[in-house]
Write a protein that binds this ligand. Sequence first.
Ligand code: CTP
Length: 433
Amino acid sequence: MRVLLGVTGGIAAYKVALVLRRLAEDGHSVRVIPTAASLNFVGRSTWEALSGAPAPTVTFEDVPSVQHVRLGQRADIVLVAPATADFLASMARGEARDLLGNALLATSAPVVVAPAMHTEMWQNEATRANVATLKARGVHVIEPTVGRLTGPDSGPGRLPDPEDIVAALYSVASTEGVLGGTDDAGATESGAGDDASVTPGGSKDDATAGWGDLEGVRLVVSAGGTREPLDAVRFLGNRSSGHQGFAIAEAARERGADVTIVSAHVALPAGEGVRRVEVSTTADLGAAMREEAERADVVIMAAAVADFRPAQVAGHKIKKSGDGTLELSLVPTEDVLASLVQGRRDGQVIVGFAAETGDAGASVSEHGAAKARRKAADLMCVNEVGEAKGFGDRPNAVTMLDADGGRVGEVAGTKLAVAHGVLDQVVRLLHQV
Ligand code: CTP
């Protein structure tokens, strides 16, 4: 499920990092809106690293994508933790002081708040009245626990432990019908224990669909494998099925992008609303990608591109002759990704894939890091390929590297889950430029 996590300015914010980690581990897609005050306790990078997405604070960041409305509208559930006395007051008054206030007004999803403050503040008449108002409006309140507070004092007002917050959130999600499936119902009864069989795993496939974080973004992705003709009936090709590239197109479309797929010999349907351009050889693919890249914000090279082509293409079918052997002379094709990186538009994000097998000289990750540095794309997704890995409609696993070969993330699962993981990084990069 899509969880919008609001973090307000209390010292207990540090515990919420563990809540976020747990939700992400369970396969949920979390977007974090920290208030400005909360950043004094836990920095933005923590939220961005753990959620794999930008963590905006003010309403006027990224205005064109109308985040203040979109994040609230797209969330399946909203959790505010910790919720300070000041934030509860502002929420009770229906204020839109910052992005979190805006998002809460724009959401029709169930809202759960986990207050944390000193005992006197929690017991203050004003806070009691605000909490009563929120409850009357259907807001779910996770009661603070009794225990050690920030200073030497102790009493009710402490933020519950992360696993109890997660369990309470799952319980609300389950009763509100936000979680589907039998495992989810099990989780309500047993809490968020470590037993994976009762963990309400939101499949990443469903979880990340629809945050709309690529709305207004033009994305072009190549997919499949190029073929280099040898004679009138034969070609040199590869085993790429195009599943990963098509999954990226589908995921990007779900997230609101304007998507074009440049497809080389793929027997899959492009999703609704995806523009499709058919190509055959590396030269065709290069020309199509360069043309599309002229107006694209994001360019992804997921195609398996032939590195060589026959020096001569026979106009007829080559016949067996002489001793039965045939020598082919091959010449290199162009490196499409390199030419796209060279011609990059300002602010454009370019992503490459590196299909690697380890060998005596270097491991998969060493080859991947060297390729990331050589290709200088903003993101290089390295996956191990072989007989049973990488090709076709099988699960995939990629490690994502930056242009210096540094690791920025990894994602494993179905090709659609991997597509979303890659797009999470693309969104992060788009916000950096
Ligand atoms: N690529 C490309 N043009 C080529 C070869 C590859 O644009 N002629 C792109 C692929 O689409 C991919 C990335 O470059 O995004 C890496 O492809 P890969 O085949 O792993 O690397 P190569 O450059 O071919 O290097 P090598 O074969 O030596 O591993």
